[in-house]
Design a binder for this molecule. Sequence first.
Ligand code: ACO
Length: 358
Amino acid sequence: MSPQPEGIRGATIVGTGMYVPERVLTNRELETMVDTSDEWIVERTGIRERRISAPTQASSDLALIAARRALETAGVEPEQVDQIIIATTTPDRYLPSCACTVQSKLGATRAAAYDMFAACTGFIYGLSIARGAIGTGVADTVLLIGVEQLSRIVDYTDRNTCVLFGDGAGAAVIRPCAPDEGILSVSIHSDGSLGELLEVPAGGSRRPASHETVDRHEHFIRMKGKELFRVAVRGMEDSLRRALDIAGVRAEELELVIPHQANQRIIDATRERLGMPAERVIMNIDRYGNTSSASIPITLDEVVREGRLKPGDSVGFVAFGGGITWGASVARWTMPVPAGAPARAATVASATTTVPRS
Ligand code: ACO
């Protein structure tokens, strides 16, 4: 958590990609499944709809599409990838890893591949690992993917959780750069004593799957939302401030902040504490809900393709999630604006959400 030491290479994002499944689950549809309303969901969370994977799709299928798009944007062939890191809570299977499955489907024959488990903060943890591997010369090209099929572990009889989550994948290709560019800082944290605020009680070594665990719905997410809300706001503010300090960047110098899309009100509260204007904090939770580790790379790919980041811009990433984990990163952007992206000024309004802010 210190600034990049002397003699260490920088690491920067050179390509992004995302994929969300076609099936849209609207708030109105959820009204027919649990005792909820479109008004309640929009007002308390900012979510209007979320994407749900087809029964035939596994996480690796979503990840593969996002990864191919990121590699294409970067102009990198699969054989050039040294490491594939997948941040996920919902791998296809526990063995083999989701990353090994993607490696095979992608034809990334030279890559080491592994999953990383930090819930919604996974993409930030992944940036930290990728930066370390590139900085020390362990890898030249890292493919970092956040992918989730939260619909597979959500209890659609529990209104406290089923309205929040969605499925999707986002990916970034990371390569060396000058030490004063790219990922300038990462600040990551955990507090395992608060683990029970967000958990899937069974299915691991503590409570292996049994008829009883299935009958008790213990393979689904359980959440203490109010408690999480409080620690989320504090953790996101603190870690972004710390990442800014390490990077030597002031909050007002950030062109954009891309937060984990957990809840519109959590982001608004964090943004207000940081004194940032709403138009610089990117939201798409209205369209995708909370996609956990996929939410930051999905949002990043959208802003990149909309031409909202140009070389030299400072951008912040910030997240919190189960574990609990939280963290932030500050980067000096190096990717050129993609050909055909709309002019930046014209996209500011369209790239930010229009849900009411309470
Ligand atoms: N529809 C209607 N009513 C609901 C619903 C629903 N979907 N869900 C809960 N309620 C009810 C509650 O039962 C409660 O009723 P009661 O007062 O009769 O008991 C009432 O609404 C208020 O519930 P609260 O929990 O106080 O509502 P709150 O304003 O805190 O909003 C929410 C709940 C949206 C879950 C909020 O606490 C939150 O977003 N917390 C953080 C959750 C989060 O981000 N989780 C993921 C983090 S980690 C990750 O991203 C994987």
